[in-house]
Write a protein that binds this ligand. Structure first.
Ligand code: NAD
Length: 247
């Protein structure tokens, strides 16, 4: 029997990067996986790569109405959920002098409000013993230049992992966070100017104790561990950053 066969998984932000790699790992292991994202084209491309164990729902995590639709679709397709990977997120450079209210609000609407309501809306479907994994970021533990809004949002999520753990433990549900360091998923190029992304990447590589970016597959393995194998852990943050915040 495959490792995850019979398990039902929902991954927000599963159309690319870390979410896509996690969907691939778990589906290969036999799980049924529902991925979400904002772009139908990206979801379609992901489904082609991931095969028949995976289905997709276009859903913006910052819209509660769309999260209601997601919960209804997941209820119909999977019935119950054994692992919920709350991974959708955006990165924007947010220098103190030039960051607008709109950029601040968008960052928190997706990275913080979106995560909270994803858990709220899908909680009724979580099975006893289910694992919820929130994607935080190494940025929440250090003071990287121009990241104060993103980092504060991820710090809020790290905190939420603890409080939600307490709320969901009576149902036997664990809530943990995976905290990636720099991972080459294209998120920087999609959200920064080309030159800015290049400089940001070079700086992260130079300061990383392992001298490299992580791969989406490395973060996927950490997320799968928290979701299914870390059965005596709740409220923790598993740091997967090449030692950047630890050494
Ligand atoms: P990515 O851009 O490849 O993936 C982000 C995913 O989130 C995509 O599927 C996108 O469609 C989805 N998404 C974005 N906004 C959404 C919304 N409003 N509603 C629904 N889906 C939405 O990036 P990634 O690097 O794989 O990022 C995944 C997570 O990892 C994010 O939360 C990000 O903050 C976090 N993270 C990434 C890095 C890194 O270096 N790549 C480091 C630390 C943390």
């Amino acid at each position: 029997m495959s490792e995850y066969s019979g398990k039902n998984v929902v991954i927000t932000g599963g159309s690319s990067g870390i979410g896509l790699a996690t969907a691939g790992l778990l589906a290969e292991g036999g799980a049924r996986v529902v991925i979400t994202g904002r772009s139908q084209a990206a979801l379609d491309a992901a489904l082609e790569r991931l095969g028949p164990k995976v289905s997709a729902v276009r859903s913006d995590v910052s819209s509660l109405a769309q999260l209601d639709v997601l919960a209804a679709r997941v209820g119909e397709e999977l019935g119950s959920v054994d692992a919920l990977f709350v991974n959708a997120g955006i990165t924007r450079p947010t220098p103190l002098e030039s960051t607008s209210e709109e950029v601040f609000d968008e960052s928190f609407a997706i990275n913080v409000k979106g995560a909270f309501f994803t858990v709220q809306k899908l909680a009724p479907l979580l099975s006893t013993g289910a694992g919820v994994v929130l994607t935080t970021s190494a940025a929440n533990a250090v003071g990287l230049l121009g990241t104060s809004v993103y980092a504060a949002g991820k710090a809020a999520l790290r905190s939420m992992a603890r409080s939600l753990s307490t709320e969901l433990l009576p149902r036997g549900i664990r809530v943990n966070a995976v905290s990636p360091g720099p991972v080459d998923t294209g998120i920087l190029e999609r959200t920064m100017a080309v030159e800015e992304a290049r400089e940001f990447k070079a700086a992260r590589m130079a300061e990383n104790p392992m001298g490299r970016f992580g791969t989406p597959e490395e973060i996927a393995r950490a997320a799968a561990f928290l979701a299914f194998h870390a059965t005596y852990s709740t409220g923790i943050e598993l740091v997967t950053d090449g030692g950047a915040t630890q050494l």
